[in-house]
Design a protein around this ligand. Structure first.
Ligand code: P5A
Length: 445
């Protein structure tokens, strides 16, 4: 993309309404625009990152054997009357009447609807196990929408639902989700720690939240610092292998790590003092096992091998897709702007032309731009007729992890400059080498 043809409405001033750095940078970098409290338009740059995040979520869900589908945002109230949650959900639910006077709602989550789909089409243990998921907009009329996309009223969630014959199988689904989530967050350059939590209005006893440690996080958390040393990394996971998934779950959840709702002072004090940490965190996901809570209320049964009928065992699992943009920026920025991890960056590399209009410099930039595209990469070429300082400031703000700077002085010596946004280190090399290096960096992602 050439910057002169793109839509990147960068703000020079710090927006007064933004209290935390991710919100500030998302507004300044022209990624989002607020339309009402907690409701945002996703401008091209923000939309690009959102799509990158969505793609990673999809890939890791499919890898775990989960099946995508799409349910609507609007739901009939009657489904929620069946589960008993229509009245329980209270003011957070946006209630709507259609022209026939029928009660509708903008879905805050989809347990009821997926249970309805299941009961309409599945009746036998032979069709299990089954996990269906979608990535869809939700609406929760939050009391205090704030911090930009972090606590929105309209927000994008990946929500998945497992259906199993036995509790043991449903717990395997729980573990499978836990492992796939770890992998998902790591691909985004994030460490998200599973912590024992409270199940709130979703229900059930077993639940973990995934927390990214950050001072601006809304959750208070308590943990053994040893938990921050564990990584999933590139290990090979067989998602059908119950023992392996269980072992990974235990590895990640045996050390003390809890949100304030389930915090246990005595257990916490049993940790060696130097490892006892209390901090704040951003909740980027949550997994639940709730057994037959919805299937019993809504008559979602399956015939077992011995011919009897039992309510299906279920759990639900959510990732805060739009919130993740905020969480990634909170975890990865400096005083000049965002620093995107390679896995989610909106463009792979920026190209800065230090002397727009100079025939040689323009030609060198064009050649690099084309070579990067030929290598399957998506560069952003700053071809504006502007000062070098202004171009660098924009690149630093929007946070592309790599920048190639091209100027007449370097070209005289046959070199351009390759700069890492994260380390700030620049290296001179030929344009061909710079393109090859960028190619190598992204090859494994
Ligand atoms: C699990 C999937 C559920 O709703 N039902 C379907 C279960 N869980 S949850 O924890 O309530 O939400 C899942 C994730 O969605 C994100 N989230 C939000 N993101 C932005 N703004 C909000 N107001 C908001 N509320 C929830 C969180 O990341 C949460 O973990």
């Amino acid at each position: 993309m050439r910057l002169t043809r793109y839509f990147l409405p960068v703000l020079k001033e710090n927006p007064a309404e933004a209290q935390i750095v991710s919100h500030r940078y998302m507004l300044r970098a022209g990624m989002i625009k607020q339309q009402a409290a907690g409701i945002y338009s996703w401008l091209p740059l923000g939309y690009k990152v959102l799509k990158r995040i969505e793609q990673i979520v999809h890939e890791e869900q499919v890898r775990a054997g989960h099946i995508p589908l799409l349910m609507p945002t609007l739901q009939p109230a009657d489904l929620w009357r069946e589960s008993g949650r229509y009245d329980d959900y209270g003011q957070e639910m946006l209630r709507i009447k259609d022209r026939q006077g029928r009660d509708m709602l903008y879905g805050p989550t989809n347990e009821e609807m997926i249970t309805d789909i299941f009961r309409a089409h599945v009746g036998s243990y032979k069709d299990l196990p089954l996990t269906l998921y979608h990535i869809q907009w939700k609406f929760r009329d939050e009391m205090r929408p704030r911090f930009g996309v972090m606590r929105g009223r309209e927000f994008l969630m990946k929500d998945g639902y497992n259906f199993d014959l036995t509790k043991e199988d449903a717990l395997h689904a729980y573990n499978r989700h836990l492992v796939s989530y770890l992998r998902t967050y790591e691909r985004m350059g994030l460490q998200a720690i599973p912590m024992r939590a409270d199940s709130g209005p979703i229900g059930g006893d077993d639940t973990h939240e995934f927390l990214v440690l950050a001072e601006t996080g809304e959750s208070e958390v308590f943990y053994d610092s040893a938990v921050t040393d564990i990584r999933l990394g590139a290990r090979d996971i067989d998602y059908d292998d119950k023992a392996q998934c269980q072992a990974v779950m235990e590895e990640f959840t045996s050390l003390y790590a809890r949100t304030d709702e389930t915090h246990d002072e005595a257990a916490f004090n049993a940790i060696p003092e130097a490892r006892r940490k209390s901090a704040r965190g951003i909740e980027v996901g949550q997994i639940f096992f709730f057994g037959t809570k919805y299937s019993e209320a809504m008559g979602a049964t399956v015939v077992t091998p011995d011919g009897s009928k039992v309510p299906v065992q279920m759990g639900s699992h959510g990732i805060g897709v739009s919130r993740l943009l905020g969480a990634i920026i909170e975890a990865s920025h400096d005083d000049k702007g965002i620093i995107w991890p390679e896995g989610v960056t909106p463009f792979h590399c920026g190209i800065v032309n230090l002397k727009q209009g100079d025939a040689d410099t323009d030609a060198a930039c064009e050649a690099i731009y084309k070579a990067l595209q030929l290598a399957g990469l998506d560069p952003l070429y700053d071809d504006r007729d502007d000062r070098a300082g202004a171009k660098f400031a924009t690149m630093d703000l929007i946070g592309l992890p790599w920048r190639i700077t091209v100027g007449p002085r370097g070209l005289k010596n046959g070199v351009v400059e390759l700069t890492s946004r994260r380390s700030g280190v620049s290296e001179e090399m030929t344009a061909e080498d710079a393109v090859a290096r960028i190619g190598q960096i992204y090859a494994g992602l």
